[in-house]
Design a protein around this ligand. Structure first.
Ligand code: ADP
Length: 345
């Protein structure tokens, strides 16, 4: 499925390089996986492992897509298949409308991957690093945009410094810069902010948002649920090699119909009073959190039960479920997962 509309990508909207020009016909989906299976064969020390058990995923073009899942869910395996670093066992994958089996080079050229590990070429300068990467992708010298990309990532004044002299944050930005040399329409970031300080995280996200606004599809794996909630318009949750949810973020959050009323009692409580069937829990700070199903009750009914129990109300607030509740509910089958009365950070 292709649309005729044209648009430019990458850090340089006006003068896309040869590779970027090849991707100017727009597919509906930046990435499409159908029945994707990966089985790591048994080795002397390890049993066979089914890492992906039939993944169906359609990542809309232009989206900011979050891939979430606990450790071992299969996220890196999925990304490594896209990047051509790992061979799939079965299924079909297209990147930017190009099948990875039929046209592996073209498919790979459509994505830039920022890997989890810091893999910096310590003996190169950032300029040399980007030039080498551009060479690997066959970007002609005249079309290279090394200094523009370094500048966009705040590394312009470090272009000729040795990479080993850069801070961890700068090395991380250099990895993003390298992933962008061929101006791919899809950028994949595998846990890019793990162990990164708050300021760098803010900078990195600002830049990623800017790229997305220019039309680059962003696929992000992260353990920071709040980050996915804040950044991603669509989120897929993967667990044990299967997609357990793939929905617009808001819809995913709307799935939970529990809410909590949190009350500060006028007189401190030592036990939870009888609340006419509502489930109440005392928090360590002395507040009483009462959960209710929004389809079955409302705040007024909860407050009536509190008053009937003789509890004076000094202050009150309500809490909605967040992505962590959804995540827990879908991945761990935790009976308390939908309980927004649990302590929050
Ligand atoms: P995630 O990125 O979500 O943490 P991975 O894709 O790294 O998950 O791993 C999925 C499963 O596949 C895990 O059980 C992991 O131990 C296993 N696995 C990953 N890579 C290999 C490998 N090269 N050989 C054997 N098993 C692997």
């Amino acid at each position: 499925m292709r649309r005729g509309r044209r648009r430019q990508f990458g850090v340089l909207p006006r003068t896309p390089c040869k590779i970027a020009r090849a991707f100017m016909t727009l597919p509906d989906y930046a990435i499409e996986a159908k029945g994707l299976v990966k089985t790591y064969p048994a080795s002397k020390t390890m049993a066979e492992k089914k890492a992906l058990k039939g993944i169906d995923l359609a990542i809309p073009r232009g989206s900011m897509f979050g891939l979430l899942g606990p450790n071992g869910a299969g996220k890196s395996t999925f990304i490594n298949i896209l990047a051509g670093l790992c061979a799939k066992t079965a299924g079909e994958v297209s990147i930017w409308g190009t099948n990875i089996d039929q046209h592996p080079r073209a498919a790979r050229a459509a994505i830039g991957v920022v890997a989890q590990e810091l893999a910096a070429d310590v003996f190169f300068t950032p300029r040399e690093s980007l030039e080498t990467q551009a060479g690997l992708y066959g970007v002609p010298k005249a079309e290279r945009r090394t200094m523009e990309i370094l500048g966009a990532l705040g590394l312009g004044d470090k272009a000729d410094a040795y990479v080993r002299a850069l801070s961890g944050g700068m090395k991380r930005r250099l990895m993003v810069a390298k992933a962008l040399v061929h101006q791919p329409p899809v950028l994949i970031l595998d846990e890019p902010t793990a162990g990164v300080d708050v300021e760098l995280r803010r900078q990195l996200w600002a830049y990623v948002r800017e790229l997305n606004a220019r039309g680059v599809t962003i696929v992000l794996t992260t353990h920071y649920l709040e980050e996915a909630q804040e950044l991603c318009d669509t989120i897929a949750i993967v667990n044990h090699g299967q997609v357990v949810a793939c929905e617009p973020t808001r819809q995913l959050l709307g799935r939970l119909d529990t809410k909590a009323v949190v009350i500060t009692p006028q007189v401190p409580l030592t036990v939870v009073p009888d609340l006419n069937g509502f489930d109440g829990k005392l928090r360590p700070d002395g507040r009483l959190a009462i959960t209710f199903k929004t389809q079955a009750a409302n705040v007024e009914a909860v407050l009536s039960a509190v008053r009937a129990a003789g509890v004076g109300i000094k202050d009150l607030s309500t809490e909605d479920p967040d992505l962590e509740d959804v995540f827990l509910a879908l991945t761990y089958n935790d009976p308390n997962a939908q309980d927004p009365t649990r302590e929050r950070a």
